[in-house]
Design a protein around this ligand. Structure first.
Ligand code: 13P
Length: 252
């Protein structure tokens, strides 16, 4: 059985003091069950402190982005080497907000996914359609294209270790969750696409998360679905109490 993976994505929120207080509370109360992987994806300035505080615990720290080069003249960028060195173990790649506001492309997502594996970071690759694409019946072809381009050139073992986060753009921060059936339909399709490019055995290992207005009130129904193995959560992950409820849901 695939493990449930619950990742909070704080986006551009919190001060260092707030980040530290959150993690102290989560480290104290997070479930120790092996059934759930607990991940907090925080802004770059907080990562050193958070990895220090979570050392030897069941809480894992992720970054929300990175550049694909190891080092060099790339002012303002953060490399996978730096993240790995801090003890960061996950990195969100290709979030729709980065695709929309920071010119992230399928090509850069692919380079970053390779770079993550080169430095022992697990990539959480985000895919998802706009409302216009959903209404034009283009969801499956769009998501399929994003998944194929992101995974291009990876070994089967690397594909098996990749986390895919299906986040329909129209459901992010809007309070509009995809129904659990709608979400599962796309997650199942993603698994079929991965099966076609690797094998059924590999595809069965891939963790596929849903993201988009996930909250304590709707997570159980989403996680009960056959192909939804976890959640990537924005708004409801910012407060420790709500985040802990989400992680707890992953243990059921
Ligand atoms: P919300 O949970 O705030 O809708 O954000 C989802 C998201 O973008 C997580 O990466």
């Amino acid at each position: 059985m695939r493990k449930k993976v619950i990742a909070g994505n704080w986006k551009m929120n919190k001060t260092l003091a707030e980040a530290n207080a959150f993690i102290d509370e989560v480290v104290k109360k997070a479930p120790t069950s092996d059934d759930v992987e607990t991940i907090v994806c925080a802004p770059f300035p907080f990562l050193a402190s958070l990895t220090e505080k979570t050392k030897g615990t069941t809480v894992h720290i992720g970054a929300q982005n990175m550049y694909f080069e190891d080092s060099g003249a790339f002012t303002g960028e953060v490399s996978p080497v730096m993240l790995s060195d801090l003890g960061v173990t996950y990195v969100v790649i290709g979030h729709s907000e980065r695709r929309e506001h920071f010119a992230e492309t399928d090509e850069s997502v692919n380079k970053k996914t390779h770079a993550a594996f080169n430095h022992k970071l697990t990539p959480i690759v985000c895919v998802g359609e706009t409302l216009e694409q959903r209404e034009a019946n283009e969801t499956m072809t769009h998501v399929e294209g994003q998944v194929k381009k992101a995974l291009d050139g990876l070994s089967n073992e690397q594909v098996a270790d990749t986390i895919i986060a299906y986040e329909p753009i129209w459901a992010i921060g809007t309070g509009k969750t995809a129904t659990s059936d709608e979400a599962n339909e796309v997650c199942s399709h993603i698994r079929k696409v991965i099966s076609a490019i690797t094998s059924e055995e590999i595809a069965e290992k891939v963790v596929i998360q849903y993201g988009g207005s996930v909250k304590p009130a709707n997570i159980d129904e989403l996680l009960a679905k056959s192909d939804i193995d976890g959640a990537l959560v924005g708004g409801a992950s910012v407060e420790a109490e709500s985040y802990l409820q989400l992680v707890e849901a992953g243990t059921k």
